[in-house]
Design a protein around this ligand. Structure first.
Ligand code: ADP
Ligand code: MG
Length: 373
């Protein structure tokens, strides 16, 4: 009874052409851990959660909880509770009766169920809210009530479908902290989905990247940031740097010069990816700089800034652009000559985008993720 969740080959096909909304997904969520599924809109995130919860039947594959195959087990008998992006509280019940719902269905008396509901309201930091009507609550309060209602059902697995994406920035941070506390006290297994890589990082012990119904890569977020397996993963994580070049015997060659790549990579065309947070800018003639360049664009991000540097062509090799995300410091205006330093342990090389000819890589990077919290 501890909540070890496994998805095995989970697949859902739909429509006359039997297109996959979810294709052959394997996932292991250890009891008490939190896995975040990160994927863009339409990638199959909600489908994955609905199949796990038993709200929909898979075309193939199984959901296994603590060694038991749940195929054919009704949603309400799975020991799972789900929180949606919209809280979906019962408008005609007060807050305590909303939270008490699962107990009431189990046959607990109203009095006892409401008493327990108040404990869960305390837990989500809404003491004294028991008699309030759902419509009198703010968005953040509503979502706390939805969380209390889900937890009161004492689920082995808590499923969260972008539960905080409708909240504004400060409130979202509070909810992250609340979820951390709830995990410390109740240790539920958590499977959550989000389109926001920062949210995935904040809430997941590990992250799995979903695109087009397929899992592309999973692991600790730090590893995904520094070792994305493809351009798609790099972009979904908000990576801004894609430098086309050629790989020869473990070295990547581009306008940035020859850079050593520490992971195994095939000879031939390859795109160097490096997190903007890892790029360092130096004086133009610094001995440790990898290449000299000129600042061509500056974008403010609160106390931080995105500084784009162009490194000129070298003979037949075309120029390259590298963006650094820097904290507070001396201004680096457009036109300033700088050196670009790329720490070797932060570099990865991935296969070129099959559609690369369609659009300039730098343009894609500009639009990939201008969001911020
Ligand atoms: P997400 O939650 O990541 O935005 P969804 O799981 O809601 O994605 O949807 C995955 C894809 O499946 C979408 O492209 C959606 O349009 C498609 N889809 C269309 N019809 C169905 C259906 N009957 N069942 C499941 N998915 C469907
Ligand atoms: Mg969805």
């Amino acid at each position: 009874m501890n909540g070890h969740l496994r998805l095995e080959g989970l697949t859902l096909r739909y429509g006359p052409r039997q297109e996959p909304a979810l294709a052959d997904v394997d996932l292991d969520v250890v009891a008490g851990s939190s896995v975040a599924i990160l994927g863009p809109s339409g990638s199959g995130k909600s489908t994955l959660l609905r199949l796990t919860a038993g709200l929909e039947e898979p075309t193939a594959g199984t959901v296994v909880l603590d060694g038991v195959d749940l195929s054919g087990t009704a949603a309400e008998k799975r020991g799972m509770a789900m929180v949606f992006q919209r809280p979906l509280l019962f408008p005609h019940l007060d807050v305590a009766d909303n939270v008490a719902f699962a107990d009431r269905v189990r046959g607990v008396s109203r009095r006892a169920a409401r008493r327990r509901a108040r404990e869960f309201l305390d837990l989500v930091q809404l003491p004294g809210f028991d008699r309030r009507a759902p419509r009198s609550l703010s968005g953040g309060q509503e979502q706390r009530v939805a969380l209390a209602r889900a937890l009161a059902a004492e689920p082995r697995v808590l499923l969260l479908d972008e539960p905080f994406s409708a909240l504004d920035t400060g409130l979202r941070e509070e909810m992250y902290e609340l979820l951390d506390e709830l995990r410390l006290r109740l240790a539920p297994t958590v499977l959550l989905v989000t389109h926001d890589h920062r949210e995935a990082d904040a809430l997941g012990d590990t992250v799995a990247v979903l695109d087009g119904g397929r899992l592309l890569q999973s692991g600790p977020m730090r590893r995904l940031y520094t070792r994305p397996v493809s351009l798609a993963v790099s972009r979904l994580l908000g990576g801004r740097n894609e430098i086309a070049g050629q790989v020869r015997d473990g070295w990547h060659h581009s306008a940035l010069g020859a850079l050593r790549v520490t992971t195994p990579v095939a000879n031939g065309p390859g795109v160097l990816v490096v997190r903007q947070e890892a790029v360092q800018l130096t004086a133009p003639d610094a001995v440790d700089a990898d290449a000299p360049g000129t600042v061509v664009r500056v974008r403010r991000r609160g106390p931080r800034a995105l500084i784009t540097v162009e490194v000129g062509e070298r003979g037949p090799v075309p120029p390259a652009r590298v963006t650094a995300e820097l904290g507070p410091g001396p201004a680096l205006p457009v036109g300033r000559d700088v050196g670009v330093l790329l720490p070797v342990e932060e570099l990865a090389v991935v296969a070129a985008d099959p559609d690369a000819a369609m659009h300039q890589a730098t343009e894609v990077v500009e639009s990939a993720d201008d969001g911020q919290r």
